[in-house]
Ligand binder design. Structure first.
Ligand code: DLZ
Length: 196
């Protein structure tokens, strides 16, 4: 799969950050293995998984992403890329959503990967968020026609989440599912181009 012409957004929550960071890094590594240019991978962080659908929708609409900037510049998300490799000037004064001066053209992304880690607690919170987020992410992709990759771990324990990010504490470190999501994003982006 040749991803060299693709532009991919990753929106990620910040809850359970250790796992999130590994998943995002796995997704980015696989995107790059498939030829997606670093400058064409945009990161957008949000507080929790519940915020992922709106972020995915707005990123697809392109209403707040500064041209040529990674969302890391705008919102202080993960710093996976060296400053010298960035093609943009960071937004002044830590700009927030809505304050970027230059907007990209509509639907500037070929796919979005939504990454979150939900871990069951002692209340029904987990069930409500899992259900609403999965339905809403599906809705965003069907409403926009842009593939939204479901990168939300819904784990019953910390260990389950760690293992699905390749961070297992036992002998078996598990597998980093972020890598699969990166590959799925490239495949779906290429399919969608051919279908339209
Ligand atoms: C509140 C909350 C809780 C309890 N647990 C998680 C979690 O395990 N993973 C996650 O991504 N977010 C969690 N949140 C935050 C919600 O997703 C959301 O950010 C807040 O309810 C504010 O809307």
């Amino acid at each position: 799969m040749d991803g060299s012409q693709l532009r991919i957004a990753i929106v990620h929550a910040r809850w359970n950050r250790e796992v999130i960071d590994a998943l995002v890094a796995g997704a980015v590594a696989t995107l790059k293995e498939h030829g997606v240019k670093e400058s064409n991978i945009v990161l957008q962080s949000v507080p929790g998984s519940f915020e992922l659908p709106l972020a995915a929708q707005r990123v697809i609409a392109g209403s707040h992403v500064q041209a040529g900037a990674t969302a890391t510049d705008l919102l202080g998300g993960l710093n996976l890329f060296s400053p010298s490799s960035r093609s943009s000037t960071p937004a002044p004064g830590g700009a927030s959503i809505g304050s970027a001066s230059t907007s990209l053209p509509k639907a500037p992304f070929d796919a979005v990967i939504a990454i979150g880690v939900l871990i069951k607690g002692s209340t029904m919170h987990f069930e409500y968020i899992c259900e609403s987020v999965s339905h809403a992410l599906m809705r965003v992709q069907l409403d926009t026609g842009v593939p939204v990759i479901f990168g939300v771990l819904t784990a019953l324990t910390d260990d389950q989440a760690l293992e699905r990010a390749g961070l297992g504490r036992g002998e078996n470190k598990g597998h980093n599912h972020g890598e699969d999501w990166g590959a799925a994003a490239v495949e779906m982006a290429l399919h969608t181009r051919n279908w339209s």
